[in-house]
Design a protein around this ligand. Structure first.
Ligand code: NDP
Length: 250
């Protein structure tokens, strides 16, 4: 069976666990060489790389805090050295911290905006320098909270609202270079991050499931298969879109 991303190079930020790890594995299954970025979980990133290589694919783990300009430059310098170009960028690295209005402080704000918004701009800036003339695809991980914000998550929701806006702006800006820019807006997904935050064991999960037509929260694979679609030429005339992948929750 032919692979959808044969000969392509993909960079996935925050790919040592959760949704990013699943995306890296699925892109590799379709033939892409994958740069597996992480910020602290070297073991996790090495496991993802080993799984790809064991399956006959090519992958490289690169440590970089994508909220930092110098680290982002390092990430793409390593990418260029190993694979020479970038065809697909998946801006997945992100953090979610919940806080009621009275608990919001500059640290809470900057931590999330620096990674979820500034980080995405920095990686995109460096990646486009390495896209070939025929263009490529950028997929940003947004969230249903961009359009359906929940209480006690105003800053996180605002970062994802910004991701939706950036996605549309950059799609318009980069379209003439044949670089497509889309967002995936997941509903609640069971990951290391949502486990650690206690979300997947909470009443909030039950409430979301009751409001979800398909009656369950998501698994990383649900997001990874949609990402493969947007990354590949199957979505060759799709740009500036926000795709809700949320079991019908909105
Ligand atoms: P996890 O917390 O499970 O994993 C986060 C990943 O991001 C890890 O690989 C982590 O690497 C990496 N990361 C964290 N900080 C940085 C940084 N500064 N630089 C580079 N990498 C970093 O997250 P999820 O898989 O749950 O979420 C992934 C994305 O999906 C996020 O953007 C999130 O907002 C979005 N999303 C998630 C939903 C969910 O319910 N899970 C719902 C909607 C959207 P390391 O471990 O090395 O630090």
């Amino acid at each position: 069976m032919s692979q959808k991303l044969q000969g392509k190079v993909a960079v996935v930020t925050g790919a040592s666990k959760g949704i990013g790890a699943a995306i890296a594995l699925h892109l590799a299954k379709e033939g892409a060489s994958v740069v597996v970025n992480y910020s602290s979980s070297k073991d996790g990133a090495d496991r993802v790389v080993a799984a790809i290589v064991d399956n006959g694919g090519k992958a490289l783990a690169v440590k970089a805090n994508v909220a930092k300009f110098e680290d982002v430059q390092h990430l793409f310098a390593e990418t260029k050295k190993a694979f020479g170009k970038v065809d697909v960028l998946v801006n997945n690295a992100g953090i979610y911290e919940f806080a009621p209005l009275e608990a919001i402080n500059p640290e809470h704000f900057h931590k999330q905006f620096d990674l979820n918004v500034l980080g995405l701009l920095l990686t995109t800036q460096e990646a486009v320098k390495l896209f070939p003339a025929e263009g490529g695809s950028i997929v940003n991980l947004s969230s249903v909270v961009a359009t359906t914000p929940v209480p006690n998550a105003s800053v996180y929701s605002a970062t994802k609202g910004a991701v939706d806006a950036l996605t549309r702006s950059l799609a318009a800006e980069l379209g003439p270079r044949h670089i497509r820019v889309n967002a995936i807006n997941p509903g609640m997904v069971e990951t290391e991050g949502t486990h650690t935050a206690g979300i997947t064991e909470s009443d909030f999960r039950k409430q979301i499931e009751q409001q979800t037509p398909l009656g369950r929260i998501g698994q990383p694979r649900d997001i990874a298969t949609a990402t493969v679609f947007l990354a590949s030429s199957d979505a060759g005339w799709v740009t500036g879109q926000t795709l809700l992948v949320a079991g019908g929750y909105r």
